[in-house]
Design a protein around this ligand. Structure first.
Ligand code: ADP
Ligand code: ZN
Length: 716
């Protein structure tokens, strides 16, 4: 049976091997077991039901809440030569009727329906005449009240399964991992939890980063310019910001589209369409955009403002790189964002949920401030406590050195005080740089002792310095029509010389992907072909297929078939035009070399090199050595406990001596010893399960280091 699945994968989809979890989930379904499959976005869930649908007789029903997605999915299947259709409210009653008649004649291998449709009498009638070997429930978390997206109509699915008289297998698919939601899915759909296929949540092609203390307008401009012609999404917290950014990008000559709830349905659909069809490179949107967007070639997602919690963040950022190619996810953090999000929570949440929302917001803020691995922070948040540093994110790859800017900081802070702590950033910068600006003179600020003390810098540089001091919580911002700045409590310690300030150089912006003229050419060709077929370009070929063509430079049909994502049907449909373009390019560029193995990055993980320690780690270490507990250090430094723990772990890894009895209370040592003896040292989770709740993962990690150290001492 699996051999057949493998063959279908190659002939229809043009892929030569299954990804993590796909094979296991497909076998489970083919063995007739109800199954739940949890994979991150872009993990390849569609193939998990599409291959059994091809292998089994009859028509597979796919239940999906996302009407916009159904059309793309059906278009994609038709492009692969697989007969498929959908029934939802976007069809006229006549069209729906026609589709049902065709279905009853066995015309489709897959039929997509919205859950509401299950209640319709006509639809139930039709089912009586349909052979349904498999019901695939997409976005299955919608079944659970604990999920973030509960849909009552999903509860109809259980009744549907009864009607199908138990002859059909059910396969639930979701990217939401919490155990609570999974339990609900299994209970509602009669799935034995043994038949759960879970892959890790890491997105191995995404690199996360947080940019703070930098002018975000300037950053964004530079970023979008450097990545022109790549598709990207810029998320902003409010409609107003979306409109402002959109106008500004347009003025900069960048093809942008926009999306928020204040626009008409029509406008929104148009703008979305332009983005999907690669007619606009950038989408500027509020979080209203993205549900049901299948565009696979999104190279970057920038959050212009910090989102409200990690759940939304991972979902929105996760829209980058569904095709598996390297992509970037960046948050441009500024402390004002916290106030905006607080305000939005105040406005929307019911009282009971408020404290929960605020706590989630705090974790988002912690993410923006952690100095540990960002991907690991996310995975840890979602319950994977064994995540290792990714080696790709902004923190893992940070080699910037920090500079002591205590003196300049003191100048800025004392200037703010002299100005009465009731003015904004830009006039403060003007005073510091000694500007002859009318307002500065009118207010007599040229008489202050701090007037012009930073005159060797530009006003822009000083504004950035102020921005940095804000993000370091040394300067506070009083919101209002004209936000004003004041010296925060920690800033006072700097003024009195009790605290030093270190600043890192600005983040250098790199291109997400390298330019390749052949890739550009193939992308244009794809766009033209797509227009002729009335489908979005990524439905014709994914970016990773185009990249693979660029690397292999196929010369004939046989070689074209080797390209990842090229199956029999696509070869027949598009082989000729694409081969022609590639051959012409190769003839004109004889120096271009062919790479005969796949260019698609392998899914294996390389272990990142051990990271060094920086000033911030040393600060934490110093406080630890003074005898403070991790909690005390976190409170003192106003940083997250998890960040402090990461610092200390890194210090240990770098061979620095720590005080183990401070990190692990003595009373836990016997339990820890017993648990490690029983569960082994390979994984932390089995150890954790044997211990009282108060013993944290951090303590276990530290304990294992301690053991190793003791053993090493004996050997030495
Ligand atoms: P999900 O629904 O889990 O978000 P998709 O099913 O949309 O993910 O798959 C994401 C991308 O990965 C698609 O472009 C798909 O064609 C590709 N893909 C899926 N399985 C494989 C595989 N075994 N080898 C290579 N690419 C794959
Ligand atoms: Zn990392």
């Amino acid at each position: 049976m699996l051999e057949k699945a493998q063959e279908l994968l190659k002939t229809y989809f043009g892929y030569s091997s299954f990804r993590k979890g796909q094979e296991q989930a497909i076998s489970s379904v083919l063995e007739g077991k109800n199954t739940v499959c949890v994979m991150p976005t872009g993990g390849g869930k569609s193939i998990v039901y599409q291959i059994p649908a091809l292998a089994l007789p009859g028509t597979t029903l796919v239940i999906s809440p996302l009407i916009s997605l159904m059309k793309d999915q059906v278009d994609t299947l038709l492009q692969l030569g697989i007969p498929a259709a959908y029934i939802n409210s976007s069809l006229s009653p006549q069209e729906a009727e026609q589709t049902m008649v065709e279905a009853m004649h066995g015309g489709y291998k897959l039929l997509y329906v919205a859950p509401e449709r299950l209640e319709s009498y006509d639809f139930q009638e039709m089912l009586q005449h349909l052979q349904v070997p498999l019901v695939a429930v997409d976005e299955a978390h919608c079944i659970s009240q604990w999920g973030h997206d509960f849909r009552p109509s999903y509860l109809q699915i259980a009744r549907l399964m009864d009607k199908l008289q138990g002859n059909s297998v059910v396969l639930a698919l979701t990217a939401t991992a919490t155990p609570r939601v999974r339990e609900d899915i299994c209970a509602t759909l009669s799935i034995d939890p043994i038949n759960s296929v879970l892959t890790g949540f890491e997105r191995e092609n995404l690199s996360f980063s947080v940019v703070k203390g930098q002018d975000r307008h300037a950053f964004l401009k530079d970023y979008v310019r450097k990545n022109k012609s790549e598709a990207g999404i810029i998320y902003a917290a409010t409609r107003k910001t979306v409109d402002q950014l959109y106008d500004w990008l347009q003025k900069e000559g960048i093809d942008a589209s926009r999306y928020h709830a204040g626009m008409s349905d029509n406008e929104r659909a148009n703008e979305q369409d332009r983005f999907l069809k690669d007619q606009a490179d950038v989408m500027v949107a509020t979080s209203a955009f993205g549900m049901g967007i299948d565009k696979s070639n999104i190279r970057y997602v920038v959050h212009y403002q910090m989102p409200k919690n990690m759940e939304s963040y991972y979902q929105e950022a996760g829209r980058a790189g569904r095709d598996g190619l390297p992509s970037e996810c960046t948050v441009l953090y500024s402390p004002q964002d916290v106030q905006i999000q607080r305000f939005l929570i105040d406005q929307s949440a019911e009282q009971v949920r408020m404290s929960q929302e605020l706590e989630k917001l705090q974790q988002m803020v912690d993410y923006c401030h952690t100095e540990g691995c960002l991907q690991a922070f996310i995975l840890e948040y979602f319950g994977d406590h064994e995540a290792e540093p990714c080696g790709r994110c902004g923190n893992c790859t940070d080699t910037r050195s920090s500079v002591d800017v205590t003196k300049e900081a003191q100048m800025v802070l004392s200037c703010i005080i002299r100005m009465g702590q009731k003015f904004g950033k830009s006039i403060t910068a003007n005073v510091l740089t000694g500007s002859r600006n009318k307002k500065v003179l009118e207010l007599g600020f040229d008489n202050l002792s701090t007037y012009g003390i930073l005159k060797e810098q530009s006003a822009k540089q000083v504004t950035e310095l102020i921005e940095f001091l804000i993000s370091a919580n040394l300067i506070g911002v009083e919101q209002g029509t004209y936000p004003t700045i004041y010296v925060a409590p920690a800033g006072k310690d700097v003024l009195t010389g009790k605290q030093q300030v270190f600043r890192k150089e600005a983040v250098q912006i790199k291109q997400v992907a390298n330019d390749d003229p052949l890739f550009e050419e193939l992308r244009q060709l794809r766009k033209t072909v797509a227009e002729g077929e009335h489908v979005p370009p990524f439905v014709i070929f994914s970016d990773s297929s185009l990249k693979d063509m660029c690397a292999r430079l196929p010369q004939n049909e046989e070689e074209f078939l080797q390209v990842s994502g090229v199956g029999q049907h696509k070869l027949e449909k598009y082989g000729e035009v694409f081969l022609k373009a590639i051959l012409e390019f190769a003839a004109a560029n004889p120096e271009r070399e062919r790479v005969l193995t796949s260019s698609v990055p392998p899914k294996t993980k390389t272990k990142p090199a051990k990271k060094g320690v920086n000033d911030s780690h040393l600060e934490t270490y110093k406080l630890h050595k003074e005898g403070l507990t991790v909690q005390e250090i976190a409170a003192k430094r106003e940083l997250a406990v998890s960040t402090m723990e990461n610092h200390l772990i890194q210090c240990i890894q770098n061979g620095m001596e720590v005080d183990f009895s401070n990190l692990i209370p003595d009373k836990f040592s016997p339990d820890l010893e017993k648990a490690v003896a029983e569960a082994g040292r390979e994984k932390l989770k089995p150890i954790k399960e044997l211990l009282p709740d108060e013993v944290s993962y951090f303590m276990i990690k530290v304990f294992l280091y301690k053991l190793r150290k003791q053993e090493k001492a004996i050997v030495d």
